[in-house]
Design a protein around this ligand. Sequence first.
Ligand SMILES: [Fe+2]
Length: 298
Amino acid sequence: MPGSHPITTLPLSDWHEPFDAGNSWQRELEEGRVLYCPDLSFRLEGTEERFFAAQWSDPKRKSIYIRHGNPELLGSTATGDDRDHLYAMLARFEQHSTALIERLCPSYQGKMRPAGTSFRPRAIGSDTRALSWRKDDRRLHVDAFPSNPTLGMRILRVFANVGDVARSWRVGEPFEDMARHFMSQIPKPSPIMAQLQFRLGITKRVRSDYDHFMLHLHDLAKADMQYQRDCQQIAFDFPPGCVWICFSDQVMHAAMAGQYMLEQTIHVPPQALAYPNETPLAILERLTARPLVEHAAG
Ligand SMILES: [Fe+2]
């Protein structure tokens, strides 16, 4: 999609309404576009709006979250009924998000795995602690996490603006253009180092060459202020009460401002994708002309 606007608007107003079967939304999502649903909102129930207050957050965490299938509520100081209500709000968002994605992308059914659901009650930029450039999500980046190699498992995210504040994003150039820009600066992966980091508990599994490239792309883009300023990009404000969806390991994104957002992470194994030639893994394997994952995620 060189040069084209990276956001597709979907005319959905209900999490469960039937889709127009002829749509190309799954293809656009897998090609690295952001699907934006201005008329779809996640409705709060009862007194859930009371959770829009700093008192429920653990001051050391940037979000309140749950992990699929785990009854714990993390990052929150809530107890008793408040804890249960907060947990239920997050679990309801997980259900809505997974139902939507299963209908949007039928080939993911039975294969995708819901991971974390989080609520971000804090305003972006309100954390006064010194933030390293590597953790600064106001810089354009693709998601890649040092301790958690994906081995090609995709990171799909559903976002909902639940407060009365817009969320301001920048969306950058297509993944392949960004990868070509930085590729020559990435050092060769070291299998010995990958093994060592796993044995020392630094990574949850042995980092694949793919994860090595993804981490370096994340870091190189964030560290390069000239790139941040000059690369092809658009600014977009997601208004209050909307939903948007993207593969955050593929879409160059930066969150500049906002507050009160719900976020669902869904892991999608590469075999479930309908357009596997468009993935960061496929693109990086084409650019390096070799396989980058020994034991594929599944
Ligand atoms: Fe991100």
